[in-house]
Design a protein around this ligand. Structure first.
Ligand code: NAI
Length: 480
């Protein structure tokens, strides 16, 4: 049980680190206490996307299909147990894929709970046996867990975290969601489409406050309202009591106490790193005040042979950032000259429509000293593919430095925003200008043309919206 690299945690950070280590010829093991693929593949990104896909399909069949002339006999409805088992099959397939990849790369997979005995030895408590594992290098990739708030302890039946919400085999009639962030809004949206009456309580004055471009949020907020989701801002959940088979939630809305009746409660107020486990403090690992393991650009911790990646290491808590770090850390251990040096970590919120962003918002640009900005927007309603898909809500917005037209940020709300944002991330990483985007031929008819036209709009001459040339405006650098 002596390895070159021992990775703890097989989520999108850990399993990627293990595969890359093995590819580099290092004797590698990965230890996982639960299922391969971690939160992302089993109780996070993938199952939520399965649920979102199913609810979107149901909604489109119910609402859009008749307008397209598609006639459906009888009532279209969802069978929750079947949906649940399909969702589980998606997760199993993905987790099985990870197992195959690890095996195919000769990574030793160990099942059990790992704890540091000292900085060079782990004790792994498996189902049948407990054993010690030593390694030259350890990579901690043990992730994060949902934050609990006082008065709302998770039982995953009445008070659910995202894990419980993704495992419902019966639709709640009424649901109170505490926290209008990434997770709360994704789940609120799909449950509303499936038929649940949802109320979102958000402590801030807006949902997704300070997280993404404000205008993007407005489009999603409008759609949520259209779906019947009630959004209460400046609203703090205080506690709940059981009432009949459901609950009565006490909350403070604009300082006034109110009561809400529901069947269940979903708490999505953020996640915290799992750094209070594994005896990390006991071996002297430096942890910051927010609970993240302190790391440098090579993802080295305060102990020379231990590295940390993913949600436990630093923000943003996003799977693709963890995977990027997984490759990076393996290459650092393998002797390559690598460091975390990215201009942007694109982010996607799988609401309806989706929000995706790369780079800085206008506010962030200004805070960083970019005072002279050029901002252009192009609506999906003016894009042929979006119209033919009957998905015209939203826009692409580009924020550029007016001095040299370098793209500083791209914010998309609309159909397939998640798939469109990678072009923006590449543009930002490469220091592209708006001209680079505008002069790149984008195939027609595609949603991707909105990126090209938003770039043209930033320059004042988009073809499919009416614009006055920049030269004829009083403030050519303002919103276009
Ligand atoms: P979040 O940080 O996105 O949002 C939590 C919200 O809860 C905040 O708006 C906050 O103001 C509100 N809040 C806090 N306490 C409250 C209270 N007592 N009453 C009412 N509102 C309260 O956290 P969330 O949604 O749990 O997501 C956690 C993390 O998981 C995200 O930051 C993201 O990094 C990651 N994630 C990413 C996804 C993606 O990439 N699509 C999807 C889901 C999660």
């Amino acid at each position: 049980m002596n390895f070159d690299v021992c990775v703890i945690g097989a989520g999108p950070g850990g399993y990627v680190a293990a595969i890359r280590s093995a590819q580099l010829g290092l004797k590698t093991c990965v230890i996982e206490r639960d299922r391969l693929g971690g939160v992302c593949l089993n109780v996070g990104c993938i199952p939520s996307k399965a649920m979102i896909t199913a609810s979107h399909l149901l909604h489109r069949v119910q609402h859009d299909a008749p307008e397209m002339g598609i006639k459906i006999g009888g009532k279209v409805s969802v069978d929750m147990p079947t949906l649940l088992s399909w969702k589980n099959s998606v997760c199993e397939r993905m987790s099985g894929g990870v197992q195959q990849l690890l095996k195919g790369n000769s990574v030793e997979v160990m099942s059990g709970e790992a704890t540091f005995k000292n900085a060079t030895t782990l004790t792994v408590k498996g189902k049948d046996k407990t054993q010690d594992v030593t390694a030259k290098h350890f990579v901690i990739a043990t992730g994060s867990r949902p934050i609990e708030i006082p008065g709302f302890a998770f039982d995953e039946k009445i008070v659910m975290s995202s894990t419980g919400a993704l495992d419902l085999d019966q639709l709640p009639k009424k649901l109170v969601v505490i926290g209008g962030g990434y997770i709360g809004l994704e789940i609120a949206g799909y449950l509303a489409k499936l038929g649940t009456e949802v109320t979102v309580l958000e402590a801030n004055k807006e949902i997704l406050f300070g997280v993404v471009d404000k205008e993007c949020v407005q489009v999603v907020a409008r759609k949520l309202k259209k779906l019947g989701v009630q959004i209460l801002t400046d609203a703090k959940a205080k506690g709940y009591v059981k009432k009949g088979s459901g609950v009565e939630v006490t909350c403070e809305i604009f300082g006034k106490e109110e009561k809400l009746v529901a069947d269940k409660i979903l708490v999505t107020v953020g996640r915290k790193p799992n750094s209070d486990q594994m005896n990390l403090k006991g071996i002297g690992l430096a942890i910051d005040e927010k609970g993240f393991i302190k790391v440098d650009a090579k993802r080295r911790t305060s102990l020379p042979n231990i590295y940390a990646i993913g949600d436990i290491a630093c923000q943003p808590m996003l799977a693709h950032k963890a995977s990027h770090e997984g490759v990076l850390v393996a290459e650092v251990i393998g002797g390559k000259n690598r460091a975390y040096d990215v201009k942007t970590v694109p982010a996607v919120i799988f609401t309806d429509p989706e929000i995706a962003s790369a780079g800085m918002t206008e506010e962030e640009c200004k805070a960083k000293g970019f005072t002279d900005l050029r901002v252009g927007k192009f609506p999906f309603a003016a894009n042929g593919r979006a119209v033919s898909m009957m998905e015209t809500d939203g826009f692409v917005k580009i924020v550029a430095n007016a001095k040299n037209n370098v793209v500083l940020g791209v914010h998309i709300v609309g159909p397939e925003a998640s798939n469109l944002i990678s072009e923006a991330a590449l543009a930002i990483e490469m220091g592209a200008t708006v001209e680079d985007l505008a002069l790149t031929i984008h195939p027609h008819p595609t949603l991707g043309e909105t990126m090209m036209e938003a770039a043209e709009a930033t320059l004042g001459h988009a073809i499919h919206v009416i614009q006055r040339p920049l030269s004829q405006r009083k403030t050519p650098t303002a919103h276009v």
